[in-house]
Design a protein around this ligand. Structure first.
Ligand code: GLC
Length: 541
């Protein structure tokens, strides 16, 4: 396939969570051969690229984001040869391939970490990680008040001796990015995969590699990811992190076309966030503000406006996301009454309140058509094209996300969006594979399967397919957008410069349809009325 150097700026990227996508050998775990067998489906869906979440060898303490070898494939998922074959087949289907790079931490089973523990305090092996003596007379207190994102302290003691820092699970020790060997290793890792043909990289927790490790360690007890960053935090978004990405850019640009990259940072998106997207660095950064917005016209309008403004002047790309492997699926989120958090709802196994699946679908589809019409690139998460809802009633015994244990069972975690996909109406694991599935699938998956959806003209799958064909025709690289004030506070309306008009009716009531030729609607139209909770695409000469 031939890609132009700016292809990623308008691309629709489909995120694959490999263990839950398709299983070729019946062990209940999705694999690379499974992905290969479904590339035709993805090409027909109309996406431009796939992004693979980690497929590396992993003890799975955090769903594969705990890696023991950054340059290999987990044997349960295949081999490096399978990976190369997957890239070749994807390219033959005109699909670019993006892979996940996880530079902040390794698995605690990584040979480096095992050697660091064995070698003891003060050894060069420990220098690759962040080891410190504990506080208190016998060093029995953690060295600082830093918190883990998954709950509890960010420090773990080894064998009654030193402590190591882990911003995520205990099984994910943080690497020391002041160590030149770590820097070299990741530059080499980028080249390793680029040489195997990948087209881009998604950088996990991109803003945390550079930390202020000067003594005494600074206090930061507040891990509230709702706080915007200003460059003064000891752990996140420090100026020095940008040097790392400038050195990565040199690797990306040594290929033709240059490799693309997208940064993941979970703190609120501000103009500082967009610095990661500078052309001299990663080019793109996930803007999660739309993903974090609750269903409602004013909030959607405010976040989209802010993102368009914050990204200006950087020269980097613009991204939009509604769902990922880290958050409850967007149709389910939008069906919750204002004030009910997805976490509380999951804790009640989806029973308080019970969610109306029809309302969830209406809102989810309307939001999707809104997102796909925004200028820039869009990231889809596997299964959203099937209108999948969050599997909210997973039994506690089945939960695998470390969030469940580390939060003291206060949070159910992220497994409900990671349930293996339904491909067929029946069969073992609804066509996910010839055997079972590593997380139990609910009975309602049958009606959401790709098979059932393909046969249904108005299904969510067919809506995504139509939307992606039209988007390809209409979506230029012009990033401007004109807001249109309809005078109705329940409508959100904007036009792209080529006459593409987008109207979202956030209310439950029908509204008069604006003039022009309707090319797509998230729900069947009713004569000249725009039904409630519906987005329509219109073209005007
Ligand atoms: C990112 C990933 C998430 C993972 C975490 C630690 O936020 O998206 O799934 O748990 O990093 O690697």
């Amino acid at each position: 396939m031939s890609l132009d150097s700016q292809w990623w700026r308008t691309a629709v990227v489909y995120q694959i969570y490999p263990r839950s996508f398709a299983d070729s050998d019946g062990d209940g775990i999705g694999d690379l051969a499974g992905i290969r067998s479904r590339l035709g489906y993805l090409a027909e869906l109309g996406v431009d690229a796939i992004w693979l979440s980690p497929f590396y060898p992993s003890p799975l303490a955090d769903g594969g984001y705990d890696i023991t070898d950054h340059r290999d494939v987990d044997p349960r998922l295949g081999t490096l040869e399978d990976f190369v074959a997957l890239v070749e087949d994807a390219h033959a289907h005109q699909l670019a391939v993006i892979i996940d790079i996880v530079p902040n931490h390794t698995s605690d089973q990584h040979p480096w970490f095992l050697a660091a523990v064995a070698a003891g305090a003060g050894s060069p092996e420990r220098e690759r990680y962040i080891f410190r003596d504990g506080a208190g007379p016998d060093g029995e207190q953690p060295p600082s008040d830093w918190r883990s994102h998954f709950g509890g302290s960010a420090w773990q003691r080894v064998d009654g001796g030193q402590w190591y820092c882990h911003l995520f699970a205990r099984e994910q020790p943080d690497l020391n990015w002041d160590h030149p060997q770590i820097r070299e290793y990741f530059l080499g890792t980028l080249r390793f995969w680029a040489d195997l043909g990948v087209d881009g990289f998604r950088i996990d927790v991109a803003h945390s590699l550079a930390k202020d490790l000067s003594e005494p360690l600074r206090s930061q007890p507040n891990l509230d990811r709702a706080l915007p960053l200003d460059g003064t935090d000891p752990l996140y978004d420090r100026e020095e992190v940008h040097e790392i990405y400038r050195s990565w850019r040199a690797v990306f640009d040594s290929y033709d076309p240059p490799k693309m990259a997208v940064a993941e940072t979970w703190h609120p998106t501000t103009s500082r966030t967009y610095l990661y997207a500078r052309p001299s660095e990663l080019g793109q950064v996930f803007d999660f503000s739309l993903l974090k917005a609750e269903w409602g016209r004013d909030e959607f309008l405010a976040v989209i406006r802010r993102s368009l403004r914050d990204h200006q002047g950087v020269g980097g790309g613009l991204t939009w996301v509604l769902s990922s492997h880290d958050v409850p699926r967007h149709p389910s989120r939008y069906a919750l009454p204002l004030g009910v958090t997805p976490e509380d709802w999951l804790r009640s196994n989806g029973s308080r309140p019970a969610v109306d699946p029809a309302a969830a679908q209406r809102r989810g589809r309307a939001a999707t058509l809104l997102m796909l019409a925004l200028p820039g690139s869009a990231y889809l998460y596997q299964g959203e094209e099937l209108g999948l809802l969050e599997v909210a009633d997973l039994h506690e015994d089945d939960l695998r996300d470390p969030v469940w244990e580390r939060s003291g069972h206060a949070l159910k975690g992220r497994d409900g969006c990671r349930v293996p996909l339904p491909w067929t109406r029946g069969g073992p694991s609804f066509g996910f594979g010839p055997g079972g599935a590593w997380l139990p699938q609910p009975a309602w998956f049958a009606a959401h399967s790709a098979e059932a959806q393909a046969a249904e003209p108005d299904s969510t799958l067919n809506l995504y397919r139509r939307a992606l064909v039209l988007r390809r025709a209409l979506h230029g690289d012009d990033l401007s957008l004109d807001w249109i004030d309809t005078g109705d506070p329940e409508l959100l309306c904007f036009a792209r410069r080529n006459g593409w008009l987008v109207v979202v009716n956030f209310s439950a009531r029908p509204k008069p349809l604006p003039s022009g030729r309707v090319i797509l609607a998230s729900r069947s139209l009713d004569g000249d009325q725009l039904p409630g909770e519906t987005t329509v695409w219109i073209v005007r000469p």
